[in-house]
Design a protein around this ligand. Structure first.
Ligand code: ARG
Length: 472
């Protein structure tokens, strides 16, 4: 007979290689806290419903707390033979307290148990990810404030397009992170549904109280279909999808940071403490953090694809394929948290070379739209003004000068509408100041964006504190 907790119907012990292949203890042990909290809630409910005695409940809870202590002290020995975190803990409990331990799994299956653990784990991790999003958002706001007046070229097609404020550019990333935060709030909602009581798939013959378990573990609601409860991995796919989108945002920021650090741009200087050198080329200072985050984005997207693919052909209810949900999401959690944390540092340590970004605007034609707008304000139809400005750019290129170098006479040859206020109208500072439409790059609009960013941050922080308290 096999030694396994499920060994009764087996006449042989498991092949050693198969044993190792199917075990998940190597990675699911990180859910020990959730597994123990879930079992305590379950045992409490079983006793309340008269399914086990009060003594058994107390013995179970005492034993589980001892195990928690051992795991946290690092003295608990995890065994591959016992497959996963659930059976490692249950077996050790029964070894320690005897028969009462054998009653813990009444009215429960590992299928609803693992679902419970994973929901709780994801719920907690979502709150941590949200906290780290806030940290990065704060770094962006602080840096935007520091460079509130710094002008740089804004790009389309990676060609200089129109002058913008560096702060405006950073606040675009802030705005993306606001949506990321909201997406994770959605993930939280779907993780905050309690599956226990579904049993293996069909519910249980015991008079359990699922609402009571949900209350003890601070779940907002419970699953109303037992098959769905054990089969659902939507919240994991949603986490991975929110994480992928977030990483794509960080990857775009990385790409820009890498470009900005290059000698060709030279827009920013990263802190020496945040860069690495080359083993061969003594002059190198590489933006490795940004490159790694850009690279790790592929990994997180890969985990999303793996999860979608693993689930797409599965019949209801539990299939062992679902064990594959863990390594991907655990790695995505670690990757996203680490990436957010390092990025907050990187941004705080970033210095903008204001003279370089200002010069990049001056030595270009990114004020050509403003030249056209000037004529429109004097009464010329925009399409015609566009052509005049285009002609001015053309003439400048031929002469090897910039629009700002043109004389009033040169301008008046192109249109009699030009007056001596044209010089002022095409200064980069004026171009920026005039883009005062809602959400535009003007000093005034950026000031408003900063103010609303701070309000959003406060609301996000309040939400996180409440979510964290609710899980205790
Ligand atoms: N280790 C398993 C998992 O992660 C737990 C559930 C196993 N259930 C089962 N019937 N084999 O999915």
């Amino acid at each position: 007979m096999s030694e396994k907790l499920w060994g009764g119907r087996f006449s042989k012990s498991t092949d050693e290689m198969i044993n190792e292949f199917q075990a998940s203890i190597a990675f699911d042990k990180r859910m020990y806290h959730e597994d123990i909290a879930g079992s305590i809630a379950h045992a409490t409910m079983l006793a309340k419903c008269g399914i086990i005695s009060g003594e058994d409940r107390d013995a179970i809870i005492g034993g589980l707390k001892d195990i928690l202590g051992q795991i946290e002290a690092g003295t608990f020995e995890f065994s591959v033979d016992l497959e996963d975190i659930h059976m490692n803990i249950e077996k050790r409990l029964t070894d320690a307290i005897g028969e009462a331990g054998g009653r813990l799994h009444t009215a429960r299956s590992r299928n609803d148990q693992v679902a419970l653990d994973t929901h709780m784990y994801v719920r907690r991790q979502v709150t941590e990810v949200e906290g780290l999003i806030i940290e990065l958002q704060k770094a962006l706001v602080e840096t935007a404030e520091k460079y509130r007046e710094t002008i740089m070229p804004g790009y389309t097609h990676l060609q200089r397009a129109q002058p913008i404020l560096f702060a405006h550019h950073l606040l675009a990333y802030f705005a993306m992170l606001v949506r990321d935060f909201a997406r994770f709030q959605g993930v939280y909602e779907r993780a905050d549904i309690m599956p226990l009581g579904a049993g293996a798939l069909a519910g249980t013959t015991f008079p359990i109280d699922r609402e009571f378990v949900a209350q003890q573990l601070n779940f907002e609601s419970i699953y109303h279909n037992s098959l769905d409860a054990v089969s659902d991995r939507d919240y994991i796919m949603e986490f991975l999808s929110a994480a992928s989108i977030l990483m794509v945002h960080l990857s775009r920021l990385s790409e820009e940071t890498i470009l900005w650090c290059s000698r060709e741009f030279s827009f920013v200087e990263l802190d020496d403490a945040h860069c690495t050198g080359s083993s061969m080329m003594p002059q190198k200072k590489n933006p490795d953090v940004s490159e790694l985050v850009r690279g790790k984005t592929g990994r997180v997207i890969g985990h999303l694809m793996a999860m979608l693919t693993a689930v797409k052909g599965l019949p209801l209810a539990y299939n062992k394929d679902l064990q594959e949900d863990k390594e991907g999401i655990f790695d995505a959690i670690d990757t996203v948290k680490f990436s957010l944390a390092v990025y907050a540092r990187l941004i705080r340590g970033m210095k903008v070379r204001e003279e370089v970004t200002r010069k990049a605007v001056a030595e270009d034609f990114s004020n050509a739209t403003d030249l056209a707008d000037y004529l429109v304000k004097k009464g010329m139809p925009f399409r015609q003004a566009h052509a005049v400005s285009g002609k001015a750019v053309h003439d400048c290129i031929e002469k090897g000068i910039w629009l700002e170098d043109m004389s009033l006479e040169d301008f008046r040859k192109l249109s009699s509408l030009f007056g001596d206020d044209i010089k002022e109208a095409i200064r980069p500072e004026t171009c920026v100041r005039n883009r005062n439409s809602l959400g535009g790059t003007s000093y005034e609009q950026v000031r408003l964006q900063l103010a609303s960013a701070k309000q959003l941050l406060e609301a996000e922080e309040k939400y996180c504190t409440e979510a964290a308290v609710r899980q205790l």
